[in-house]
Design a protein around this ligand. Structure first.
Ligand code: SF4
Length: 469
């Protein structure tokens, strides 16, 4: 089955799953309340704040090649080693080389969508390296042998009872645990991992050109432990995560926390400038930053799409999207779900297999409205549809159907002629279709607009007055 068919099959199944929908609606309703009140408390003018953030990101993108070199120079001065990865394969090879060089057998990871993008977990499994996710949500989906459901809340689709049952099976605790007991069980299982792991792998929310620092913002402190406890720290970061100045964080940290989780600021914000210095007791002995391109340069080169690289991966557009809320995160089959995933994935993984995601949208624009960096997501989805059409990745049968539709709807007389034939066709086909497909048949109005207009115009007293006047 191709990706588009898989998407449709999963979407059909998930949208009919009422329990799934209730869980997601409950989670997003809580999020919505928090975000609304935090936006009002944290920002005097939210619209101005996001326009300012968009402008800073655009300036950073305009100077991205220079800023990346500036970052490399400054972070190297701090003792960090910088590696460049053109694609996912190269990024994985860099990580494999580091693992081999340090004879590493155990890795602890913090949540990072970039590692999902390069399918690092599967690669580490193939290498036979022990690999532990330390973010609670990621830990849950790892135990369940699933992919993250949402870019910020990976286990959003699981109820407390389901997590308790999972922990009972995998960690041997009673299946009646409260939220606190479940969290403590995960903590107990992971605590030793931080101190026994050979390498810690993290992402980064921002990289800062003027100081050569990477910035991690999180709520559990696990990212900080991944970075500080093992002897080697690898941070894998998309090249678009650039901010020119350390002072830009004053806007971006609260902006990301507000849109991501409805907090004024996340609990742990780490600015990491390099490995442990000679006079420091804690921290990694070696730090490597892998700067990942993976087709971002191709997006960068397209004027219409460049601004999608402003994305902070806050997840707000997923929560706002009626399609995501109905079909759920796993249906997308990609590292990035929801509107941002539907815009990005065809460019990261090829229009041919992923152009169908551009149609996973009602084009209501709710995603663009909530985006903290003002990305025009719904118009970019339209642009993806247009590109898919240009590249002829739309299935042939659809291309023909759309051409016929356009031909009919631009010719009123022809449409009036075809209408009764269509009505007759539907009347003949409908009784023999299975019940599921019957609902999908278009309902033709009893009278066409032209017929209704003629009738109304004939009855209108105004028309009489005009014609007799
Ligand atoms: S596109 Fe905007 S709303 Fe969506 S994840 Fe990125 S920053 Fe957040």
């Amino acid at each position: 089955m191709n990706e588009s068919r898989v998407f449709l099959a999963k979407a059909q199944q998930k949208s009919a799953d009422e329990i799934h929908r209730l869980k997601i609606q409950k989670a997003i309703a809580t999020y919505d309340i928090k975000v609304k009140s935090t936006k009002n408390r944290q920002f005097y003018d939210w619209q101005k704040a996001r326009k300012k953030a968009a402008q800073i990101k655009d300036d950073a993108l305009a100077n991205l090649p220079d800023l990346l070199l500036q970052f490399e120079e400054n972070t190297s001065k701090n003792g960090t080693h910088v590696l460049w990865a053109e694609n996912a394969l190269q990024a994985r090879q860099h990580i494999r080389d580091i693992i081999k060089k340090h004879h590493a057998e155990k890795i602890v990871k913090s949540k990072s969508m970039t590692t999902e993008e390069i399918e690092l977990n599967e690669f580490l499994d193939e290498m036979g390296v022990e690999n532990w996710e330390s973010d609670l949500g990621e830990f849950i989906v790892q135990l369940a042998n699933e992919k993250p459901y949402h870019i910020v809340t990976p286990a959003m689709h699981k109820s407390q009872a389901e997590i308790a049952e999972l922990f009972s099976r995998k960690l041997g605790i009673p299946a009646t645990g409260s939220a606190e007991e479940l969290t403590m069980a995960a903590r107990a299982a992971l605590r030793q991992t931080f101190v026994t792991a050979d390498i810690g792998i993290t992402g980064a929310n921002f990289i800062i050109a003027d100081t050569g620092a990477i910035v991690m913002t999180e709520n559990e402190g696990n990212g900080r432990l991944c970075m500080a406890c093992p002897k080697v720290h690898i941070a894998i970061v998309g090249i678009e995560k650039m901010l020119p100045r350390l002072s830009d964080l004053a806007l971006f940290l609260p902006l990301l926390a507000t849109s991501g989780t409805g907090q004024q600021l996340s609990c742990y914000n780490s600015i990491i400038r390099g490995p442990k210095a000679a006079n420091e007791a804690d921290g990694p002995e070696k730090m490597v930053v892998i700067l990942l391109d993976n087709r971002r340069s191709e997006i960068y080169a397209q004027d219409k799409f460049r601004h999608v690289l402003r994305c902070l991966r806050c997840g707000a557009c997923l929560n706002a999207c009626p399609v995501f809320r109905t079909v759920g995160g796993h249906t997308y089959g990609t590292a990035y779900q929801g509107p941002i995933g539907s815009v990005l994935t065809p460019h990261l993984r090829g229009m041919k297999n992923w152009s169908h995601l551009a149609h996973a949208s009602s084009l209501c624009g709710a995603c663009s409205d909530v985006c903290p960096v003002d990305i025009d997501l719904h118009h970019l989805l339209l642009e993806n549809r247009w590109q898919a059409e240009k590249e002829k990745t739309t299935p042939f049968i659809w291309q023909i159907a759309i051409k016929i539709w356009a031909w009919l709807h631009t010719n009123r007389l022809l449409l009036q002629f075809v209408r009764p034939i269509l009505k007759l066709g539907i009347a003949i086909i409908k009784p023999v279709l299975p019940a599921k497909k019957k609902r999908r048949l278009p309902q033709l109005a009893k009278k066409s607009f032209a017929q209704m207009w003629t009738t109304a115009a004939t009855k209108s007293p105004k028309k009489d007055a005009i014609s007799h006047g």
